[in-house]
Design a protein around this ligand. Structure first.
Ligand code: MTE
Ligand code: MO
Length: 218
């Protein structure tokens, strides 16, 4: 399922040719080519990428907890989440394995609205997204407070497929997609940054696709 090969040696003519042709293709399809971050190619498919199994939930089994440095930690059921005011965004997504997909549409609740309810303590600076089976991703608090950082439960107006993180995933579209945990179960407010799953395995602590922050030291 997972193919995060560490491939930084794109110096041969075949791969350079592929990326150049793909970038020309982006323009010829009418997209602004500057939407494609460096080293990425555009795909119209929706690749599936994760470590381990896809969880299945019985009705009522899933919940989301907001915890850590907050005044009022809480846990929401799926029905409680979907009853909250929702936002729909259309956004580009960028995987560190080099595929990008344009104009994906997600519906969910702004993280900043959930955090307003919890009351974030002033000492909080970072957030850990906790997913099923121990997958985690660390994020600066300011990044998840952006209007387009959402806890989502619909893709293209339909329930999210289990393989893409259903029932509920995080979407933080301006960072590489590994920062958007599928099967999200908790958002933990932290006093400092701390590496999550991929960050412990060599991926960048922040992960800006336009700065190509793929690995430690990028
Ligand atoms: N729980 C969990 N979330 C995850 C991952 C994972 O392994 N487990 N992989 C991440 C990576 S590397 C990517 S690119 C996206 C892929 O999402 P998709 O399968 O919906 O395309 O999920 C991210 N979220
Ligand atoms: Mo990824």
């Amino acid at each position: 399922m997972l193919n995060h090969t560490r491939n930084r040696n794109l110096g041969n003519n075949f791969t350079v040719g592929f990326f150049d042709r793909n970038r020309d293709d982006v323009a010829s399809k009418g997209y602004d080519p500057s939407r494609l971050p460096p080293g990425q190619y555009l795909t119209e498919r929706f690749p599936v990428l994760h470590v381990g199994d896809v969880p299945t939930y019985e009705t009522g089994e899933w919940s989301l907890t907001v915890s850590g440095l907050v005044d009022k930690p809480f846990t929401l059921t799926f029905d409680e989440l979907t009853a909250l005011p929702s936002q729909t965004i259309t956004t580009d997504i960028h995987c560190v394995t080099k595929w990008s997909k344009f104009d994906t549409t997600w519906t969910g609740v702004r993280v900043k609205d959930l955090f307003a309810t919890a009351g974030v303590k002033p000492e909080a600076s970072h957030v850990m997204g906790h997913a099923e089976f121990g997958y985690t991703a660390n994020l600066p608090l300011v990044d998840v407070m952006r209007d387009d950082s959402l806890v989502v439960y619909a893709y293209d107006g339909e329930p999210i497929e289990p393989i893409h993180g259903g029932q509920v995933r995080l979407v933080v579209p301006h960072l590489y997609f590994w920062k958007s945990p599928k099967w999200l179960r908790a958002l933990e407010l932290m006093p400092a940054d701390k590496p999550g799953f991929w960050e412990r395995n060599g991926y960048h602590m922040y992960g800006d696709p336009f700065l190509e922050q793929r690995y430690w030291g990028d």
